[in-house]
Design a protein around this ligand. Structure first.
Ligand code: BMP
Length: 272
């Protein structure tokens, strides 16, 4: 039988997580009563920090036009001030040696400040061992992209099963998935099916007002994602900051709306 743990509270599930970033994520969600991650895909430092000062982030540090290392200092200060985790959506996808260097070094030095990051499983287990050699000693956690939100995504079927098997073999560092549904038990052999696993699932492609963006993105509601598909965190970008990242009042209002929807869906899930 697949695990039923996702119907426990975030706090109960935090107790059993061995990876410190996974534990911290679930504890923070419970403490803040928010399963919302805001995807801050803006290109200027000013807009980036202004948005993060009002909402918790999921970042793409490589799209900032005016990046300087002080941005990271500011981001870390906001993470402490507002009690949120940072997830750099880097989508690593190279051989182990290269991803280890990309994660630790270069201009961005992602491992030194991002609690969580993610990788495509396409290179095989070496992408995990490479990232783990850098991230595990720092208490970081990794999510594998088991599925994508985009129309025509190739991440399905056996590929998705392979991603989950890869995660199962590296449970100390892989804390869960970027996916569209609960992944416990996926691709598991008969013996593994009896194991109570509890992967955390973060889900992009969440929107309340539109169903797509004309560039392949597909949106579902927080209720569909959290209640019907068993995912844990809703990742919302343009649904919150819209077309104009400088309209802070609007961002706050939309963030509250998505936060309320995500939490209501979670509470309904507990009643199932
Ligand atoms: P938006 O809500 O504006 O569509 O943004 C979604 C965010 O989630 C983007 O930052 C995108 O890179 C990311 N994302 C996604 O949309 N689908 C995936 O399958 C994986 C992602 O990381």
């Amino acid at each position: 039988m697949p695990s039923e743990l996702y119907r426990h509270t975030y706090a109960q599930r935090a107790i059993h997580q061995k990876n410190p970033a996974a534990k911290l994520l679930l504890e923070t969600i419970e403490r803040k009563q928010s399963n919302l991650a805001v995807s801050v895909d803006v290109t200027s430092t000013r807009d980036f920090l202004a948005i993060i000062d009002v909402v918790g982030p999921f970042t793409h540090i490589d799209i900032i036009d005016d990046f300087t290392p002080s941005l990271i200092t500011d981001l870390q200060a906001l993470s402490v001030k507002h009690d949120f985790l940072i997830f750099e959506d880097r989508k690593f996808a190279d051989i182990g040696n290269t991803v280890a260097l990309q994660y630790s070094s270069g201009v961005h030095k992602i491992a030194s400040w991002s609690h969580l990051t993610d990788a495509h499983p396409v290179p095989g287990p070496s992408v995990v061992t490479g990232l783990s050699s850098v991230g595990l000693p720092l208490g970081r956690g990794l999510l594998l992209l088991a599925e994508m939100s985009t129309k025509g995504s190739l991440a399905s079927g056996l590929y998705t099963e392979g991603a989950v098997q890869m995660a199962r073999a590296h449970r100390d560092f892989v804390v869960g998935f970027i996916a569209q549904r609960r992944m416990d038990g996926v691709g598991a052999g008969p013996e593994e099916m009896t194991v109570e696993e509890d992967f955390i699932v973060l889900t992009p492609g969440v929107g309340l007002d539109v169903q797509g963006d004309g560039m392949g993105q597909q949106y579902r509601t927080p209720r569909q994602v959290v209640l019907e598909s068993g995912c844990d965190v809703i990742i919302v970008g343009r649904g919150i900051y819209g077309k104009d990242p400088s309209l802070v009042e609007n961002i706050v209002a939309q963030a509250k709306r998505y936060k309320a929807e995500g939490w209501a869906a979670y509470l309904s899930r507990l009643e199932l």
